[in-house]
Design a binder for this molecule. Sequence first.
Ligand SMILES: C[S@@+](CC[C@H](N)C(=O)[O-])C[C@H]1O[C@@H](n2cnc3c(N)ncnc32)[C@H](O)[C@@H]1O
Length: 284
Amino acid sequence: MEPQKPRHPDLHPAPAASPPAGGGLVPSPGAATDWDEDALRNPHARSDKAARVEAMFDAIAPTYERVNRLASFGRDAVWRRELVRAMRVSATDVALDVACGTGDVIRALAGQAPPPARIIGADFSAGMLAGGDYSGLKIPVHLIRADALRLPLQNGVVDLLTCAFGVRNFQDVDAGLSEFARVLRPGGRVGILEFATPSNRLLAWANRVYCNVVLPRLGALIARDHDQSGAYRYLPRSIQTFDTPPIMCRRLTDAGFVEVRCRTMNLGGVALYTGVRSGNGAAR
Ligand SMILES: C[S@@+](CC[C@H](N)C(=O)[O-])C[C@H]1O[C@@H](n2cnc3c(N)ncnc32)[C@H](O)[C@@H]1O
């Protein structure tokens, strides 16, 4: 058994919001939720993608952070730090971290000088929400269990929105980005981290070998479910079949963001997208 981490007493996940259409939050009884070969052929085209993603993260939550650190050689912390730095946090900001998982971005936001006034974390996996350690943070953090496609927040109440390695998993990427634009105030900033495929062919090949061969074995070795959920087979497949940076930038523009930029890190294997919610006062 792993030792239980201390938790902030006010951070129990809110009850589930009403189930969205197309999966998420409440998988239908008897539905398959692991990523088998059939489901992996094109994971983004699955109508039950959200339900499978939610079940998968519930299954790997206890070892999620440990696998990340090992699999990225500790680089994942650097990528999140770059994301948070690009957000230019100010002390009056209400920050929303969508697909917050076990809270790595929330902790990075809270560690900024100055930190935002308040952080909201949203995720639909109860296991991931419960696995976060928020002890010692000096600012209020509110966790909500919700689908990113239907955030239980009013229009324009958020100043900055982050989402690290979440968007690729959405049932409908455009609907998710539109939801980001809805909850952000005009002029609010968005920052998204996602995996990408390096454009250099040699690097792309090395990346493929690592993701297809090394990562699934590492995940199976460390994950408590020995990767029965298929999470570490889903990961490379979902990256290789996901949008290229120009397509993601186009989606962000279509969703209502301006000043959209993409910067790659990790030899092109990680993309950081930033943008500003259009509307009055867009330039801050
Ligand atoms: C790869 S983890 C990233 C977690 C965290 N952002 C990080 O950087 O470690 C992806 C997270 O996205 C969440 N997620 C995926 N699709 C979601 C959706 N539609 N609504 C809410 N959360 C979602 C999963 O439950 C999971 O916690």
